[in-house]
Design a protein around this ligand. Sequence first.
Ligand SMILES: [Cu+2]
Length: 202
Amino acid sequence: MRSARYSTAIAAFLFVCIFAQSGWAGDIKGKVTAAGMRSPENIAVYIDAIPGKTFPPPPKPVVMDQKNLKFVPHVLVVLVGTTVNFLNSDPVGHNVFWPSISGNKKLAHNLGTWPQGQEKSFTFNDLGVASLLCNVHPEMSGYVVVVATPYFAVTNKDGDFEIKDLPPGHYTLAAWSEEGKPVTQAVDVAAATVTVNLTVRR
Ligand SMILES: [Cu+2]
């Protein structure tokens, strides 16, 4: 009886190993708690890097809209090399510029000002955070967070996030937010869903 149970355990273990080797993927489900901040929404959560691995950028551009005098989404996370189409959906002219990427002023850029229905493209080839501004409307702000892996998410209003289809492995999960300090946390992904709780502090 005991040895049968032991054999079953070994079989289960081998089953998991075989699937892990054949590319069986895991998911990260998590919640970010925002300490001393207005909201746990719009926090970028991502696997910071996978050594020795690079990923092709998506073949199609992703869109950052300007609508009702807001950048939509407020926080856009993209894989390095991704082209972002900046669209103006408002009946007024909008400008887009960023004074730096993660403080590097050499990476500042001004896309200019354009009317409703038109868009301008930019390919983000540098890692970091571009703080988007519009020089027509000083109250507008948004962010493009450029990361090194395609494994990222943005928290919803409850701080929940999900990163799907990760190859099993040991990773560093990073969180970036507008108001809080950046944080990282080690996470082990296996052929299942791993639950992570992160706290971001102001
Ligand atoms: Cu504007």
